[in-house]
Design a protein around this ligand. Sequence first.
Ligand code: TGC
Ligand code: FAD
Length: 383
Amino acid sequence: MNLDLFDINSVLTEEEQLVQDNVGRFVNDKVLPIIQECFENHRFPAELVPEIAALGILGSSIEGYGCAGMNAISFGLICKELERGDSGLRSFASVQSSLVMFPIFQYGSDEQKNHWLPKLAKAEAIGCFGLTESQGGSDPMNMKTHAKQDGDDWIINGSKMWTTNGSIADLALVWAMTEDGIKGFLIETESKGFTAHKIENKFSLRASVTSELFFDNIRIPKENILPGSVGLKGPLSCLTQARYGIAWGVTGAAEACLQQLLDYTDTRVLFGRSLSENQAIQIRLADMQRRLVAASLIALRLGQLKDEGKMNPTQVSVAKWNNTRMALDIARDCRDMLGASGISAEYVPIRHMLNLESVITYEGTETIHQLAVGRHLTGKNAF
Ligand code: TGC
Ligand code: FAD
């Protein structure tokens, strides 16, 4: 069933459609056949990374440095297709593109850009982004990780929690408090004093690596500081990029759930007729379609605004909040309508549902985005 009720496809350029088709084919051929096994075994499918890089997905919006230089809508479509496969793969691409390559491109020195961006685009280096700490991710100003200047070097101490890609990363982009406020540091993970532990007991995003990072008197040269960023604004601007990708990505997860449910309710016969012939079921399906279409239109409009250079953080908060809530509710409802089968990994909704429990928490919890919109409306800070 074509779920593109408002024909969003027809407003995409040929190039955007081609990007979507290419990534969609990759997801169908390479991701879907293995993703259930990856999720069950808590395994990140590292074997797919070279092809992800070859498709131009990593740092796709960056011009130059071996990156594809695509527009924002293309990046959104990439996220949607990847997350139709699994949120873990979109997470991998989000972190590498929006949280590691974007800040290097935006705030890095020419040497940092020339050294890291081509490697990250080709996945010859994997990056991670350390902002959250164990004492409270919603309030990053309260970070304890700190960096002190020592001659021409900086010494970094502290830890980061819940870091996507942490234990597979070659480069950790770490935000630390300095005398002048928060600054970003490029820490090579083979540096003395750096350790990463994979978090093992997750029920969500099991096809993605999440880690705790520790910094014990790590000494790095002053060339490894991002020169263009001081204060919380730097990391928050990266989050804006990643949240944009999530607003698109989760529409893919919701679509995957609804597609599977349409097949199931069509063939499942109860009380002498297919489940899909019941009014109560049709109303639930219709409600999902309504919410999916509204979220998709929000994502599209956000992409247009981003491409015009007019996107602002309040719009991004509305989109991340609305679209993730939509996808989580759809995944949960699809799980319910599958009955007992809904708890089996044979069907996609429970995997997407469990993943989306992370997505609604990371990159700003639902409450954080509600309060950001509330602050915009009232001019009053309720954090
Ligand atoms: P606030 O006063 O709002 O802002 C401080 C400065 O930053 C500016 N700003 C932004 N700039 C760019 N983009 C944004 N989205 C921005 N939001 C704010 C703001 O204008 C200000 O600039 P200036 O010049 O006045 O200094 O700061 P606050 O302390 O009130 O904090 C606000 C709050 C709560 C919204 C913020 O702390 C927040 O967003 N908290 C949530 C933290 C979060 O989302 N962490 C995510 C960690 S990374 C992650 O989850 C990765 S998951 C990866 C994956 O696998 O996909
Ligand atoms: P807390 O901040 O402790 O929040 C707890 C609860 O309090 C939430 O419900 C929250 O909404 C609520 N709350 C907070 N403030 C208020 C308030 N003022 N009023 C009312 N309620 C409030 N971080 C990174 O830096 N890099 C990564 O790569 C990364 N990857 C992640 C991957 C996964 C799988 C997960 C789950 C998380 C990841 N995170 C990452 C961390 C993520 O950003 C944080 O979990 C998130 O910001 C929330 O922080 P917290 O978990 O400490 O919850």
